[in-house]
Ligand binder design. Structure first.
Ligand code: TIU
Length: 220
């Protein structure tokens, strides 16, 4: 067993049962002209964490532990995109519309891919998901069960949307979850802070948080 001096208290895990899930580090959220920008967000906040997510990936690669990358995207015919999602609000472009990186949030388009600095290496799993949570309408639960995974480290964007949703889904499925606090980001700094606070509150009601340095140290 190993222990990370996490918040709100120590996070103990068996490395043989630990996996990393990196949520939606896609060009559509991180580069100008993608889904994040169409929603009116300043995407520069998110690009700042790319090197830190890279260090987290290297720590898991160095320890030879499972890595799963997710991509939020939809089929080209939009059959997996509910109108309630596509038609919500007044974005400058909607999911499926042609943008500067191809069709917005559509599988196979350049914008839906992971930023090149964080591209998956051979043997790592890349999972496309139509929802905010990574368990909904994906084989993630089976993938983790097959590998005997009980503990998860989460990272990626955005903290209070897809990352927090996935962490809550994982809780309901019995996983112990730790969020890498400097390897996640929001378009709204106050929402990131609130999400970290509410995850750790009430005795880790959703889970733990720790820095990439703390996680990497434990995996060395
Ligand atoms: N808009 C926003 O903050 N996030 C998303 O739409 N998806 C993810 O968080 N991946």
């Amino acid at each position: 067993m190993k222990t990370i001096a996490a918040q709100p208290f120590d996070f103990s895990f068996d490395p043989a049962r630990l996996a990393l899930i990196v949520i939606d580090m896609q060009r559509d959220f991180i580069e100008p002209g993608g889904f994040g920008a169409t929603l009116g967000n300043d995407v520069r906040l998110l690009s700042a964490i790319v090197p830190t997510v890279g260090r987290l990936l290297e720590a898991f690669r160095g320890a030879d532990l499972p890595i799963i990358h997710t991509r939020e995207c939809h089929k080209p015919d939009l059959s997996d995109c509910p109108p309630a999602k596509r038609l919500r609000g007044k974005p400058s472009m909607r999911i499926g519309d042609p943008g500067t990186m191809g069709r917005i949030l559509i599988a196979g388009e350049p914008g839906a891919d992971i930023v090149p600095e964080l591209a998956a290496k051979p043997g790592e799993i890349v999972l496309d998901k139509p929802g905010k949570g990574a368990f909904y309408a994906t084989p993630l639960g089976d993938i983790l069960a097959e590998r005997g995974i009980t503990h998860l480290v989460l990272a990626g964007v955005t903290t209070e949307v897809c990352v927090q949703t996935t962490m809550r889904e994982a809780n309901d499925r019995g996983f112990e979850c730790l969020l890498a606090e400097d390897a996640t980001e929001s378009y709204f700094p106050e929402f990131k802070k609130a999400a970290l606070d509410m995850i750790r509150a009430q005795g880790a009601i959703v889970g733990w948080t720790a820095t990439v340095d703390q996680i990497a140290e434990a995996l060395r």
